[in-house]
Design a protein around this ligand. Structure first.
Ligand code: GAL
Length: 397
């Protein structure tokens, strides 16, 4: 490996410092920056040497480049009075950040691609609101990059979905507005009882004005159809909702899934012809045991498969909450699981936990902790093990 000229000049000039030590340190630092390893839970610096700031995010692969979008969290974490009962700390909204990479390790800061709107307190994007879990999908027909996100007030009562578009993956994105999805339509699997208004029947309550939508993700199927998964009905039940062909709105076809199971932070992917969800329970920033589920039909029925995590930290998902599962391009059935390790009282210092997703012989997704691993070492392309890893056995028995 060639040493950059600037480093050589530096070592040459510092005559009073033991030269060999300085030289070794500098070369090592240079090598580490390019070691192409992922270290779950540790500070992950971008190519400018600053911590990547893209929480609750997702990754889009487009024309050879990965784009990582997420919540840019900075400033003081505080607990608004309205959220005291459940510990809902927050930072003010700054916007959605974007980073680009060709190797999934070295991320270049592309800036804030959907900024907060500071001068309009009524805007969905005002710093006092909540903008969470942004995900971007590409529409091959319209050639637009479409961002979906959870939009809310500080007390999370609005429970809306926001949409923004851009002609370029690295933005800027133009905000189109927010809504409650699936207004005026009953789900595919509605029962007669579901239609009877009642105090605890939130589906019927919200029939006219649209369903509550908090934690969410979007997923594009092989046939180009896209779906939104969102936690609804005050959170106990999730909905899966078909999007219009331009991906900008709900198409008016949805179904209730995981009824009464209180799941959020959904990450959706397809493996061996089946649909999978990895999600969390609803315990705000505190980690809980993840859930996984499989279905032949995206609208259900879904069969729960239990906690995908194995090992001694599995009951709290090793301190993490799911956010996305990235299918690795060019490697059939190979996936990277992405999660957040939230710091409730210092949200800006929340960390990322990315791990290779494995599959048990019966098809269950499996997650095991690794201190570090490389997404780019040569490996078989048939799923498990998927990539070079350090520290534990690499194959499920
Ligand atoms: C979590 C949710 C996050 C955020 C947080 C607020 O349960 O997954 O996206 O909304 O609650 O406390």
């Amino acid at each position: 490996m060639l040493m950059p000229a600037s480093l050589f000049v530096l070592t040459h000039d510092l005559m009073n410092f033991p030269r060999t030590i300085l030289f070794a340190t500098l070369v090592l630092a240079y090598a580490c920056a390019r070691s192409q390893e992922i270290r779950p839970g540790q500070i992950w610096n971008d190519t400018d040497g600053r911590p990547v700031n893209a929480h609750g995010g997702g990754v889009l692969f487009h024309e050879g480049i990965y784009y990582w979008y997420g919540e840019f969290k900075s400033g003081v974490t505080y607990l608004p009075a309205c959220n005291k009962s459940w510990g809902g700390t927050r930072v003010d909204v700054v916007g959605v950040s974007c980073y680009s990479s060709t190797n999934l390790c070295d991320w270049k800061n592309e800036g804030i691609v959907l900024p907060a709107v500071i001068d309009d307190t009524n805007s969905d994007l005002h710093p006092s609101k909540a903008l969470e879990r942004p995900k971007v999908i590409y529409n091959k027909t319209t050639k637009q990059f479409v961002m979906w996100m959870h939009i809310d007030g500080a007390n999370y009562a609005a429970a809306r979905s926001g949409v923004a578009v851009s002609d370029r993956p690295a933005g800027p994105f133009r905000y189109l507005g927010s809504f409650r999805p699936d207004a005026g339509v009953w789900p595919e699997n509605v029962t007669d009882a579901d239609k009877i208004p009642g105090k605890s029947n939130h589906l019927a309550r919200d029939f006219t004005n649209g369903q509550m939508a908090r934690d969410m993700t979007v997923f594009v199927d092989d046939d180009g159809k896209a779906y939104q998964f969102y936690s609804s009905e005050e959170n106990p039940t999730m909905h899966v909702s078909l999007l219009t062909d331009d991906y900008l709105r709900p198409a008016g076809k949805f179904s209730r899934i995981f009824i009464g199971r209180s799941m959020e932070a959904p990450a959706v992917f397809k493996h061996a012809g089946k649909y999978y969800v990895i999600a969390s329970g609803c315990t705000a920033w505190a980690p809980n045991a993840a859930r996984s589920a499989v279905a032949d039909n995206i609208f259900g029925p879904w069969t729960e498969l239990g906690n995908p995590w194995v090992g001694s930290g599995a009951d709290t998902s090793f301190g993490t909450q799911s956010t996305y599962v990235l299918p690795v391009p060019g490697r059939a059935d190979t996936f990277i699981f992405m999660a957040d390790r939230w710091k409730q009282w210092d949200l800006a210092d929340s960390r990322y936990v990315w791990l290779p997703l494995e599959f048990a012989p019966d098809g269950r997704p499996v997650l095991r902790w690794l201190d570090q691993w490389s997404p780019n070492s040569s490996a078989p392309s048939n799923g498990s093990p998927i990539m070079g890893k350090t520290g534990v056995s690499t194959r499920l028995q």
